[in-house]
Design a binder for this molecule. Structure first.
Ligand SMILES: *Cc1c(COP(=O)(O)O)cnc(C)c1O
Length: 354
């Protein structure tokens, strides 16, 4: 792998002292080009602007997908990835659905580990903070013909993720717009899925909600996802979450939360709950907690669920009573190397010499 190191690192102690997420980038990035039916050699370069034709296919026809994952640092200074093979599999499932070429495993895994190794000082050592990792594939052929591109780029960039206190969210249940539909691209992390969700989310914000709970596209009666998180509903002592399907993003956090809940001896049912079930449970006081899970915030509890005709206000349960808060702690302790890793989820980023 060709590596061109930055002449002078942009890193300062202030780099990790940030309040918001998304534009404090690590020193380096990984870049790999696909051309003439083959992926070339990946390169690690200083993070920098790229220049493209205005006819870049991805801008016009949206062949573009991404991943989101994190690197964590333990108190001892070790750097870990969390189940990175899941992100590798998923970026390729997304790519194939968008008629883009899958990335070979060695390019993804070796490139990822090398990049994080080189930029390891950017991984904060504060519990709760991490280095967010954004792998993405997009179409680069300069043409406005409506067909699949013949050229692509695979890149990985990183950005410091602060430990923002996850405020309980007010969520609005979708009754008009949809995130995913049968036969669609809901299971893919397609860039366009996000574009399509922004407008309905803005409308929900105008009504003083933070996020949308997406429902099934035909009846709007079944809970599917929450914003960009998988959603869990606890009714009495059963945790429900929608089963994986072509409309549901197969979240790594979702999968891990299910495993941890089961390890705790808690009942998890991979069955979607309906609006009527949630309202009924609220009325008879058995709706204990509702939360969303995803790499960004790990787990976010919901304080209110807004329906067309009523709003369910949910109590903020203390730690000992909240399955969500306990699961979040358990998962973070594994990610940050604080507790044992019985599932073998952590992957150490070894220090390599070049
Ligand atoms: C990324 C994403 C998730 C969460 O997936 P994780 O692997 O847990 O980060 C859930 N839903 C949607 C729609 C997403 O894009």
């Amino acid at each position: 792998m060709k590596i061109e190191r930055i002449k002078e690192s942009r890193f300062t102690p202030e780099s990790l002292n940030i309040k918001s997420f998304g534009n404090m980038f690590g020193d380096h990035m990984l870049v790999c080009h696909y051309k003439d039916d083959a992926w070339g050699n990946p390169e690690i370069l200083p993070f920098q602007n790229m220049s493209f034709s205005p006819a870049l296919q991805a801008l016009h026809y949206g062949q573009s997908c991404f991943e989101g994952m994190k690197a964590y640092k333990s108190e001892e200074g070790e750097v870990f990835l969390f189940r990175p093979e899941k992100n590798f599999e998923r970026i390729n499932n997304s790519a194939i659905r968008l008629d883009m070429p899958p990335v070979p495993k060695d390019i993804f895994m070796d490139g990822l580990k090398k990049l994080i190794d080189i930029d390891r000082q950017w991984v904060p050592s504060t519990y709760g903070m991490s280095l967010y990792i954004r792998p993405f594939i997009f179409a680069t052929e300069p043409m406005i013909t409506a067909r699949s591109s013949k050229e692509y780029m695979f890149c990985i960039i990183t950005a410091v993720a602060p430990d923002y206190y996850a405020q309980p969210l007010r969520v609005k249940v979708a009754d008009r717009y949809s995130r995913a539909a049968p036969g669609g691209v809901g299971y893919a992390k397609a860039a366009g899925n996000y574009a399509a969700a922004f407008y309905p989310t803005r409308l929900a914000r105008d009504e003083k909600y933070d996020q949308v709970i997406w429902t099934d596209s035909s009846t709007h009666k079944v809970f599917e996802e929450a914003g960009t998180m998988n959603v869990f509903v606890r009714i009495d002592d059963t945790l429900y979450t929608a089963p994986i399907s072509e409309r549901i993003l197969n979240g790594v956090t979702r999968n891990s939360i299910i495993a941890l809940a089961q390890q705790n001896g808690w009942k998890v049912v991979e069955e979607a709950v309906t609006i009527d079930q949630v309202k009924e449970a609220y009325k008879n006081d058995s709706l204990k907690e509702v939360f969303g899970v995803g790499t960004a915030v790990v787990l976010n509890t919901f304080s209110a669920i807004g329906f067309k005709d009523m709003v369910c206000e949910l109590e903020d349960l203390p730690f000992e009573e909240s399955w969500g808060k306990q699961l979040k702690k358990q998962l973070m302790n594994i990610q940050f190397g604080v507790s044992e890793d019985p599932f073998g989820w952590r992957v150490l980023v070894e220090e390599q010499n070049d």
